[in-house]
Design a protein around this ligand. Structure first.
Ligand code: FAD
Length: 318
């Protein structure tokens, strides 16, 4: 293994790596730790150590932590572990990942170029947005844990858009901060777990508006409410100090300039070894066509993607 590593290091001058990893969430960081420990030179891109872990108030379902662990703390620890293994972290986002002259080329937001012999796309998911007027204005939030405290002690009315578990979770958490929470959903029946629905019913300051479609965000400089449409009342405006989106997530693949097979929703399809339809390009975690999107499955994906990346690189040498 040592000889292999020395041989690899000899060929690695400047920004040349064995694996380029896109994403510093649990899947990217685990891939980075495994890759480096397997003797490869690893560079991992991302500006948030731990990725979406910071949004998890208390990670309760990861083995090894009685009583759970704050997501941000877990993310920072795994990041420090990867740093200690020698992973290179430019701490920038990737502008694009391309394949050129037999190499993966990563160009970061500062225009810096990095080359890799393989790549692992581990860039997670991003919240979905409504395609309605004013959706590009500031004042629309996606994470109650992160931005809910902005509305503490403000007698605020907050609109939460969505009807699934995520919307339920957001409404419940914001009901402890805001004076009034309006859960606005276009469907006629909430889609969340019964337990969550019951918890919402018990909260006197959460009002559920079913059959109510958001047709625009309102506000001049910043969003200060929504315009909704209902069968009975037609269009009306609802003023709110804060608007939180909770209508689901989609893959985060804007930077990927390599054609790969994807699902209808845009998730990367992989084989048993987590390789995409493009040789040498692997996918791990939430961005992949997978059945369970959780921290533990993301970590497992990272471990497997790095291991199979090494297998791929070794096979290329034969
Ligand atoms: C509110 C909330 C609560 C959750 N609670 C739990 C829970 O209790 N238990 C559990 O197991 N799971 C939970 N999850 C799910 C869990 O967070 C995800 O499954 C997990 O984080 C996926 O890891 P990942 O590495 O695939 O992606 P992410 O954690 O999303 O990390 C991807 C990283 O890639 C970065 N990235 C994206 N594009 C680029 C680019 N162009 N350049 C560089 N970097 C880029 C992103 O910024 C992000 O930092 C929760 C998720 C949310 C949102």
């Amino acid at each position: 293994m040592k000889a292999q590593q020395e041989e690899r290091e000899e060929g690695m001058a400047g920004n040349h790596y064995d694996i380029i990893i896109v994403g510093t969430g649990p899947s990217g960081l685990t891939a980075a730790i495994y890759g480096q420990r397997l003797g490869m030179m690893v560079v991992a891109f991302g500006d948030i150590p731990g990725g979406n872990l910071y949004m998890i108030e208390r990670l309760m379902n990861f083995p090894g932590f009685v009583g759970g662990v704050p997501g941000a703390q877990f993310g920072a620890t795994v990041f420090a572990q990867a740093q200690a293994e020698g992973v290179t972290f430019p701490m920038t986002r990737l502008e694009r990942l391309i394949h050129q002259d037999n190499a993966f080329v990563a160009v970061d937001v500062n225009g810096e170029r990095y080359e890799g012999r393989s790549a692992v796309v581990a860039c997670g998911v991003v919240p979905r947005m409504l395609k309605v007027p004013n959706a590009d204005k500031p004042g629309i939030y996606f994470c109650s844990l992160c931005d809910g405290p902005l509305f503490r002690n403000k007698n605020a009315t907050i609109v939460v858009i969505g009807g699934g578990n995520m919307a339920g979770q957001e409404a419940l958490s914001l009901s402890n901060i805001a004076e009034r929470v309006l859960l606005v959903y276009h469907g006629h029946k909430l889609k969340m777990e019964a337990v969550m629905q019951k918890a919402i019913e018990k909260k006197p300051n959460i009002e559920v508006l079913l059959g109510t479609t958001v047709v625009a965000f309102k506000g001049e400089e910043r969003v200060d409410g929504v315009v909704v449409s209902t069968e009975k009342e037609g269009q009306k405006e609802i003023h709110a100090e804060g608007v939180f989106m909770a209508v689901g997530w989609g893959p985060n693949l804007e930077m990927l300039n390599i054609a790969v097979e994807k699902t209808e929703e845009g998730y990367i399809k992989t084989n048993q070894k987590l390789m995409s339809s493009f040789p040498g390009l692997f996918a791990a975690g939430d961005v992949r066509d997978t059945d369970i999107r959780q921290v533990i499955t993301a970590c497992a994906d990272g471990a497997r993607a790095a291991t199979y990346a090494l297998e791929y690189l070794d096979a290329m040498k034969d």
